[in-house]
Structure formats: structure tokens, C-alpha cells
Design a protein around this ligand. Structure first.
Ligand code: HEC
Length: 138
């Protein structure tokens, strides 16, 4: 019994799950996103709403959130694939996160009928956001 638990823990460590190394390495669209469009999505109060929780290098935005890590330096802290997973489905890293799963339609509760089956951001928008986050090196 003890041995199999150790084996499971070892397997998870090798997968990198325990170290937050989990990632979606491949682009969701097969193409690179556009960082300028991504910045607009992140800063938007209608589309991304990221600044409800996060702050970041957006001098033009007066009100920014303090519920989540500053996005500055995110492109240095995380690889492209790690950022993609965090934006698409942060619940796969932290099951109790308050961050919305921006590109998941399965396993959500209390979704209004008009929104069922529709991700918050399209695959193309996710790639734009990832491309922008990768530019945040400091
Ligand atoms: C409702 C609050 C909320 C919103 C909205 C939100 N996030 Fe988050 N985000 C969090 C929290 C909290 C964390 C810290 C990790 C965790 O708890 O999952 C996080 C973590 C992250 C991380 C990893 C940060 C790091 O360096 O450790 C990135 C990148 C990120 N979010 C990007 C975004 C982007 C891009 C958007 C908008 C498309 C967004 N978030 C919207 C709450 C939010």
C-alpha cells in the first residue's frame, strides 16, 4: 500500500503536476496569436475582465485588481504552454481557483442557457492573450 502511494506521488512529480509544470504546449489554433489583440482583451472590461483580479503594466487603467498575482513578469515566470493552460483552464492547476476557465465548456455548473457550450474566449482569443502574456518579461 505504502509502496503504491509512493509510486503515484513519484508519477505525479515526473509529470510535473506537483511543481505546476503542467502545460498545453500546442497552439489551440495551430497558429501564433497577436500580442496587440491579446493586450486589448486583457485590459478590456467587457472581454477579458482580467484586471478585475489582476494588476499589470497598464498605466492607462486606473482600477486594477489585487486578488491575484501581478501579470508583470508572467512571460518570464511561465512558458508559453504553462500560460496557455492557466488562461484556458486554471482549474486544472488549482481546483478551487477563483480564476474563470476561459476556454472550457465541460464540467461547469450554473451556466445560463444562452452561454452553455460556449467558452468565454475563443481559441483564437486565447492564443492572442498567451502571445501578449509572453511579452511581459519584467
Ligand atoms: C476572478 C479573478 C480572476 C480573473 C478574472 C482572472 N484571473 Fe488570472 N488568476 C487569478 C488567481 C487568484 C490566480 C492565482 C492562481 C490561482 O489561484 O489559480 C491567477 C493566476 C493567473 C496567472 C498565473 C500568474 C502567476 O504569475 O502566478 C496568469 C498568467 C493569469 N492568471 C492570467 C489571467 C488572464 C490573462 C486573465 C483574463 C483573461 C485572468 N487571469 C483573469 C484570478 C483571476
Amino acid at each position: 500500500m505504502r509502496l503504491s502511494l509512493a509510486a503515484i506521488v513519484a508519477a505525479f512529480c515526473m509529470l510535473g503536476v506537483a511543481h505546476g509544470q503542467e502545460a498545453i504546449p500546442e497552439s489551440l489554433t495551430g497558429a501564433k496569436g497577436d500580442p496587440a489583440r491579446g493586450r486589448a482583451i486583457v485590459a478590456s472590461r467587457q472581454v477579458g475582465l482580467c484586471l478585475l483580479c489582476h494588476s499589470g503594466p497598464f498605466p492607462e487603467e486606473r482600477f486594477q485588481g489585487n486578488l491575484a498575482p501581478d501579470l508583470a513578469g508572467a512571460g518570464k515566470r511561465w512558458s508559453e504552454g504553462q500560460l496557455r493552460l492557466r488562461v484556458a483552464d486554471s482549474g486544472r492547476i488549482n481546483p478551487v481557483t477563483i480564476m474563470p476557465a476561459y476556454h472550457r465548456t465541460e464540467g461547469l455548473r450554473r451556466v445560463a442557457p444562452a452561454w452553455r457550450g460556449k467558452p468565454i474566449l475563443s481559441a483564437e482569443q486565447i492564443e492572442d492573450v498567451v502571445a501578449f502574456l509572453l511579452t511581459l518579461k519584467d
